[in-house]
Design a protein around this ligand. Sequence first.
Ligand code: ATP
Ligand code: MG
Length: 252
Amino acid sequence: MTSSIVMDSVSKQFTLRHAKTLKRMVMRAAKGKPLKDSFYAVRDVSFEVEQGESIGLMGHNGSGKTTLLKLASGVMRPDEGEVRVRGRIAGLVELGAGFHNDLTGRENVFLNAAILGMSEKETRTKFDQIVDFAGVERFIDTEILHYSSGMRMRLGFAIAVEAPGEVFLIDEGLAVGDAPFKKKCITKIKELNQVEGRTIFLVSHSVKQVQRICDRALVLEQGSLAFDGTPKEAVKFMRGDEDLEDEDPLDF
Ligand SMILES: Nc1ncnc2c1ncn2[C@@H]1O[C@H](COP(=O)(O)OP(=O)(O)OP(=O)(O)O)[C@@H](O)[C@H]1O
Ligand SMILES: [Mg+2]
């Protein structure tokens, strides 16, 4: 087996500023308080993802999931440790990132696809498929400014799954879609994984989603890797923390 993503003792720190105005800075300094603090958003995280694996990344808000995904995608560099990725990264670290409000859905498909590494010819070939998957045919020549957030997300997702790349990252991508669309996305992600053999790295708050899609789950707690195992065990681990029995039955 070949590794697709390797994180070796990876840490990322951010700085919190306490005083934004000069007056506050002077007052804090006079009291001997620090003007800024740094904290670890990701702390000493190590794991390996094998090629073709499907990993779910879970954890509370602010636990460092998006930061870890950004480190994996190369959008951010770690302060300590090393990130190694084999193959091209595709996917959505941010929903509809790169969409321009003043351009139509059609124009945005071409622009976004180009950002994600598709040629114009390739995009033309896949255009109908993308629009059909997103279900936005009627609005494709409307400015994206007038799209609902769900429609933006659908279009963003539909483009991302057509983009080339051995590793598919997705951050909360399925969070704003309605139930039928979530089902469709899950089927598509499984196809990318099982048919095309792509590595999947999915951030999700939904235990069910992770169980349906992933063969392994990681749980972050305040930036540290607290759990690495099967999705089933991850649920038990998370249950120790809160009652997940009450999850919405419609939550796919
Ligand atoms: N650029 C930044 N500058 C300063 N702090 C940041 C920055 N990006 C993230 N953080 C902080 O790092 C911590 C982890 O953020 P991150 O977005 O990775 O969390 P998350 O697990 O994705 O949360 P959520 O479930 O809400 O999406 C948070 O405390 C956040 O405020
Ligand atoms: Mg996040």
